[in-house]
Design a protein around this ligand. Structure first.
Ligand SMILES: [Zn+2]
Length: 223
């Protein structure tokens, strides 16, 4: 994961929100917002084509994607209050929507659970997660409550996701080994993936897992 910098909301969302009268307590105000492609396009850009949670590919018109409420809509009081607030809306992969529950991940798995602030993609502190070479992701300070949410609420250590991270690592390793200029390629990749140095380019899938391995793990100088 990495922190998402929310930019300006789609104009259509602002206009829609401001056109609403005071909603009834049970009224769904999100579904009737219909230019949702505006929102999909905006989150795709903000997130450089990666899912807010697993960092798998997620892009408007290229992949299936979801608009996810960080604080779920069904959470009492806050859920309603934040239903149409842009900083509460991020893009997520489809999370294995049509697969059995134990294989689901990301927003699909989160359902109506509320994430701890440490895993809220808009408040997330970059560098607070660490990784291993088998594709596992861990809370760097060992906080077990956060780890439980990573594992159980978001499903980010499911085998099939770990396998995809390992495959991305393998592909990056081959890329670095292709030419005689490994060091330059390595520095270019670090620059591309560095969250402190954002560009408008799409990111590589599992960007922060790869960056960690470029800096500290499998692909760093010491290996
Ligand atoms: Zn995902």
């Amino acid at each position: 994961m990495r922190r998402i910098s929310k930019r300006q909301e789609p104009e259509s969302l602002r206009v829609y929100r401001e056109s609403l009268k005071e909603p009834l307590p049970d009224e769904d105000v999100w579904d009737p917002y219909q230019p949702k492609d505006d929102a999909r396009q905006f989150v795709t850009q903000e997130q450089h084509e990666l899912c807010a949670f697993c960092q798998g590919l997620m892009a408007w018109r290229k992949t299936q994607m979801k608009l996810a409420h960080i604080v779920p809509q069904k959470v009492l009081v806050d859920g309603k209050r934040l239903d149409l607030v842009w900083t509460n809306i991020v893009g997520a992969c489809n999370g294995g929507e049509r697969t059995p529950g134990h294989l689901q991940h990301c927003d699909t798995r989160q359902g109506n659970s509320r994430l701890c602030p440490e895993l809220d993609p808009v408040q997330f502190e970059n560098g607070s997660l660490t990784y291993d070479k088998y594709g596992g992701v861990y809370r760097a300070d060992g906080n077990l409550d956060v780890q439980d949410q990573l594992d159980d609420v978001l499903g980010l250590n499911l085998d099939h996701i770990k396998e995809k991270r390992v495959a991305a690592l393998r592909a990056l390793k081959s890329y670095l080994a292709e030419g005689a200029d490994r060091e330059r390629r390595l520095q270019d990749r670090i620059a591309l993936l560095d969250p402190d140095n954002p560009s408008d380019q799409p990111l590589l899938e599992y960007a922060d897992f790869l960056l960690w391995h470029l800096r500290y793990g499998e692909l760093s100088h010491s290996h």
